[in-house]
Design a protein around this ligand. Structure first.
Ligand code: PEP
Length: 247
């Protein structure tokens, strides 16, 4: 039985006061609504992790980070090692988000090395893959995704795969349920080809403009184990409605 997972990516948003308030509202909402069997993870910026960890301790919400370095320590000014995250109580880490690939030149190999180190430190990597608008228009979406799977996921990968079409991120234009169904089936086939038996059970999320209005239809798609939610995760009421849209 697959445990659904909803991951909130706060991106570069959140100062101390509003982050604590957002978490307070989220925890209150979860407490007052029916218990869900869904794993809920929020990924605030690095600067908020130490502040929010005590607030989340013992709660139904896990703490994630948005990136980590592949080395355990050393001369990497401005970077954060996986062990520094677990030291704070962080359990998940988003890797290879398209904004990091775009803004920081991360390539599949970087993502793969990070996924190895994150897992070694005890973190669950949430590895993002997805095609650009150009790849979609030119019919190369599946090729691009196939290469990302081969390049970004290390041997023995036991994390979560997030399918995030880049053109759908932050645009308000989510992929259609039909397109998600087709692409998720392709990703599943590639995972099984690459990993054999274990590829059958890796969780696949959809991300890209998930909101209160489309969450139920996206989360009902067979083999979609949850969602990676960006903008909508900043609004506790909307994020809660997405969590509760899990069938
Ligand atoms: C994301 O940042 O991973 C994301 C899916 O963003 P949004 O939900 O805002 O499209």
């Amino acid at each position: 039985m697959t445990t659904p997972i909803i991951v909130g990516n706060w991106k570069m948003n959140g100062l101390s006061a509003d982050s604590a308030d957002r978490v307070k509202a989220l925890l209150a909402g979860l407490a007052s609504q029916r218990a869900t069997g869904t794993e809920v993870v929020i990924c605030p910026p690095f600067t908020q992790l130490a502040l929010l960890a005590p607030q989340l301790k013992g709660s139904p919400v896990a703490l994630g980070a948005q990136n980590c370095h592949m080395d355990e320590k050393g001369a990497h000014t401005g970077d954060i090692a996986p062990g520094m995250l677990t030291d704070l109580g962080v359990t998940h880490v988003i890797l290879g988000h398209s904004e990091r690939r775009r803004d920081h030149g991360e390539v599949d190999e970087t993502v793969r090395e990070k996924a190895v180190s994150a897992a070694k430190a005890g973190l669950t990597p949430v590895v993002c893959i997805g095609e650009t608008e150009d790849q979609r228009q030119s019919g190369e979406a599946q090729d691009a995704i196939g290469w990302q799977i081969k390049g970004s996921l290390p041997d023995g990968f036991a994390g979560v795969v997030a399918y995030e079409p880049i053109w759908a991120i932050g645009t308000g234009l989510a992929a259609t349920p039909d397109d998600i169904r087709t692409t998720v089936a392709f990703i599943r086939a590639e995972l099984v080809r690459q990993f054999g038996e274990s590829g059958k059970t890796l969780r696949i999320l959809y991300g890209g403009s998930v909101d209160a209005g489309n969450a139920a239809s996206i989360l009902a798609i067979p083999d979609v184990a949850g969602a990676l939610v960006g903008g909508a995760s900043l609004k506790p009421d909307v994020f809660l409605s997405i969590v509760h849209a899990v069938p």
